[in-house]
Structures are given as structure tokens and as C-alpha cells.
Design a protein around this ligand. Structure first.
Ligand code: HAM
Length: 434
């Protein structure tokens, strides 16, 4: 029978044996830990929502004309005949959970973060997967630009703590409803003479959602769009003021950014501020994180009329940039000692020693499989143990053994009755120095 293979566009995260460091579970744990820590420092708290929702949520939230809803969702009928979709993003789910759990009762400002898999049926390529993972943050309740600046700064601080360099922050505004109305008219007037030359996708968007033509990847569309009027020339006084204040705050906070009036974002819920963080280290999939303001969404879901803004960053892309910049991650706890028993009686002794160590928070492992000492030592080296201790009938009879440091091959004699005390001491100095 043929081997069953992993579904297209997905990947395994492994404890060892991955060719690329970004697929090692330690890398994921580290990046997730830093993202959690930094978010907590900014006052954000974790929210976890199901990985599937009623399809309608994404239709109403992400937008009927968005690529995500029209082409990319994993949608199926459950056994009860309901239409269900694997979540393609987190914003709509967080808004649903916020409303459903009446969290508005708990205060006027709400800040959440989430980590988890998202699903989009896209053509897989490097940096683009059908199951990808996002770290996202959402803030509800504050309409002022300080909130926008805080979130952009939070995202950049996460990257900075991870050591990531050479990122570009592109910010724009898509204005409020009034600004977008005025801009849409100006954009349609400009695009109309080029209509026949536009790509099929952009022709379709001309009627339904012309702003999306601005971020078309088609080379001919790009050429046409280059001369398009700028939204920045069509902002209402309120949207203009919001954007100017945001730019001022970013300047004051010394957050470097570029105003890029072609950013519109692919999800329909945005208003005013939108932003993307780009890297030159990922090839075509160069957006490492992105977000924006979506003041109307919670009310649109029949919740309270609260302003909101958020971002999400693709964790695969974060780790791939770290890999390409050769950033190292701190190594997690490895076994301090690896016990290697020779014979049945020694196996029991090693098992009991290992158990005592573990009950005393000393990371250990023991060999229960290998028939020969060299292959047991190989196993100890592979899992990164610092010492090994070989126990046979001689050691059990005499009560004397030796502690071998695997990196130096240096051996020190040790009384078995003293072993746990010595390991406790070694473990506390190892913990202190790591
Ligand atoms: P998004 O731009 O669709 O925004 O996705 C956010 C990030 O997820 C992207 O910048 C990218 O790094 C990563 N990403 C998206 N699709 C894939 C994929 N197929 N493979 C790998 N990585 C991917 C949102 O999802 C919004 N919910 C962000 C947001 C939160 N806006 C407000 N709050």
C-alpha cells in the first residue's frame, strides 16, 4: 500500500530531524513565548476561539467580495446540515466571541491576543500554506490614533525582541465611509479608460470593490494603477486628522515607517488606518504582518458600536525570516544525565534513579533499548544530554560509578549514594547559568 502523505500546503513541526530550523518545535515555542510576553507587557490577554465557525461569520465579517471568502475557504456541511468553515483569519472570530460572551460588560477597553492555525485554500508556495499560523492582537474601545500607534509598536517590538532586522512598515489610510465614497468616484473615473486592459480579476473588482485593484499583483494592472489618484487627496477632515496624528505619534515614538497609498488590504472590514510590515528576506511572500482599523465590524455583528483595530503576523514567515537572518534561539532544557544500564538489575536501579531525579526537577533520560554501549551513548548525544552514567553489576556491587561529560569525555568517579545530591548541585548551577 502507498504511504499516506501529508495534505498539500501543510507541514509538520518536529522536535528534531527537520531540515530547516523554522520547522523545529523549539523555534515555535520560543517565538510564541516572546509574542505572549511582549503582548502581556502591552496589556493584551489571550483569547482562544474554535478553529471552525459558522460560514456566515466570515461572509459577513471578512466580506463577500474578498478573495478569502470567494476562493479560499475550507467550507463543508456538518452532519447536522450546517455550513461550517475552518477559520481563514482570527478577527471575525474574536469579535463573535466578544459579543457572545458579553465581554463589553467587563469594561470599556478590551485587548486580546491569539495564536493558532488559520486555513486558506491558496496555491501553496514558499511562505504560503493552506494551514498557516498567526499571532494576532485586537484592541476594542479606543478610537484615537494612540491605539493605532500602540498596536504597530507592539508588532514591531515582537519582531525586535526576536532579533529580526531590515523590516519596512508601510502605513496608509483607507479613510472613513465618506472618504472612500469620494475616492471611489475619483478612482473609477481614472480607471474607466483602462478598463479593457485590466486583468480579469480587476475587471470584476471594477464594479464591486475598485479599491482592491490598487493591490493587484498583475504587472499590467500595476502599471495602470501607478498613475491612479491617491486616497490621501480624498480624505474627510476626520480621517485626515486621524492619519496625520498617527504619523506624528509614530515619528515621536521613533517608529520608522513609509506612507504607502497603494495599501488597501484584502479584507473588507477596514476603515482609516491600514498597515503592512514587509521583509526583503522572503521572496514573493514578503508581508510578514499586517492589520488595520475596523470600527464598524462589531456593530455589524449586532454587538456594541465599539471602535477596533488589530494585526496578525504569519508565524511561518516570522520564523523563516529568523532562519534567513541566522538568528539563534535559546536552547530549552536538555537532560542533565543519561543513565545507561547493563543488565536487568541495573535497569531497575537506573529507572529508580531517573524517577528520583525527575521528582526533584532534574531533567534526565535513560536507555531502555540499546543492546550496546556505543549506540546508547549515541542516543545520549542525540538528545543533548550533558553527562552519562553507565551502570552494570560491578557498579551496583561496589557502589562506585563514573559521571562522564559527553562533550569533553572527561570522567569523574562518583559514589552512587551521592549521585542524586551531586546531580541536584549540577542542575542548580546549570539552571543559574542558562
Ligand atoms: P492577513 O493580511 O490576511 O490579515 O494575514 C495576516 C498575516 O498572516 C499575513 O501578513 C501573513 O504574514 C500571514 N498569512 C496570511 N496568509 C498566509 C498563508 N496562506 N500562508 C502563510 N502565511 C499567511 C488578517 O488575517 C487579519 N485578520 C489581520 C488583522 C487582525 N486585521 C485586524 N486585526
Amino acid at each position: 500500500m502507498a504511504k499516506i502523505q501529508i495534505p498539500k500546503g501543510t507541514f509538520d513541526i518536529l522536535p528534531y530531524g527537520a531540515e530547516e530550523p523554522w520547522r523545529l518545535s523549539e523555534t515555535w515555542q520560543y517565538v510564541e513565548r516572546i509574542a505572549r510576553e511582549v503582548s502581556a507587557e502591552y496589556g493584551y490577554r489571550e483569547i482562544r476561539t474554535p478553529i471552525y465557525e459558522r460560514t456566515e461569520l466570515f461572509h459577513r465579517g471578512v466580506g463577500e467580495t474578498s478573495d478569502i471568502v470567494t476562493k479560499e475557504m475550507f467550507t463543508f456541511e456538518d452532519r447536522g446540515g450546517r455550513s461550517i468553515s475552518l477559520r481563514p483569519e482570527g478577527t471575525a472570530s474574536v469579535a463573535r466571541a466578544f459579543i457572545e460572551n458579553n465581554l463589553a460588560q467587563c469594561g470599556t477597553v478590551h485587548k486580546f491576543f491569539y495564536i493558532g492555525p488559520m486555513f486558506r485554500y491558496e496555491r501553496p508556495q514558499s511562505g504560503r500554506y493552506r494551514q498557516h499560523h498567526q499571532f494576532g492582537a485586537e484592541a476594542y474601545g479606543i478610537s484615537g490614533p494612540e491605539q493605532d500607534a500602540e498596536l504597530i509598536d507592539l508588532l514591531l517590538q515582537i519582531y525586535k525582541r526576536l532579533g529580526i532586522k531590515d523590516l519596512q512598515v508601510h502605513v496608509n489610510t483607507v479613510g472613513d465611509v465618506q472618504s472612500r465614497g469620494a475616492y471611489k468616484t475619483a478612482l473609477l473615473d481614472y480607471l474607466r479608460p483602462f478598463l479593457e486592459q485590466l486583468s480579469a480579476d480587476s475587471k470584476m473588482r471594477f464594479e464591486k470593490n475598485p479599491l482592491r485593484i490598487l493591490d493587484s499583483k498583475d504587472p499590467k494592472d500595476k502599471e495602470i494603477v501607478h498613475g491612479a489618484p491617491s486616497i490621501l487627496q480624498h480624505l474627510s477632515p476626520a480621517s485626515k486628522d486621524h492619519f496625520q496624528k498617527l504619523c506624528h505619534l509614530l515619528d515621536q515614538a521613533q517608529v520608522p515607517y513609509i506612507v504607502d497609498d497603494k495599501i488597501v488590504r484584502g479584507l473588507d472590514y477596514y476603515c482609516n488606518t491600514v498597515f503592512e510590515v514587509l521583509t526583503t528576506h522572503l521572496g514573493a511572500q514578503n508581508t510578514i504582518g499586517a492589520g488595520g482599523r475596523y470600527d464598524g465590524l462589531i456593530a455589524q455583528f449586532d454587538g456594541p458600536d465599539l471602535p477596533a483595530i488589530g494585526f496578525a503576523t504569519g508565524l511561518e514567515r516570522v520564523m523563516q525570516v529568523m532562519q534567513s537572518q541566522q538568528l539563534t534561539i535559546p536552547v530549552t532544557k536538555r537532560p542533565l544525565i543519561y543513565f545507561i544500564p547493563l543488565g536487568e538489575e541495573a535497569r531497575e536501579k537506573c529507572f529508580l534513579l531517573a524517577t528520583t531525579c525527575r521528582h526533584n526537577h532534574i531533567p534526565v533520560d535513560l536507555e531502555l533499548n540499546a543492546k550496546k554501549v556505543p549506540s546508547a551513548i549515541q542516543n545520549a548525544i542525540r538528545i543533548g544530554a550533558r553527562y552519562c552514567c553507565i551502570l552494570g553489576s560491578d557498579e551496583l556491587t561496589s557502589g562506585n560509578a563514573s559521571l562522564k561529560e559527553l562533550s569533553t569525555r572527561h570522567e569523574q568517579p562518583i559514589r552512587l549514594s551521592n549521585l542524586i545530591a551531586v546531580l541536584k548541585e549540577l542542575n542548580s548551577t546549570q539552571c543559574a547559568s542558562s
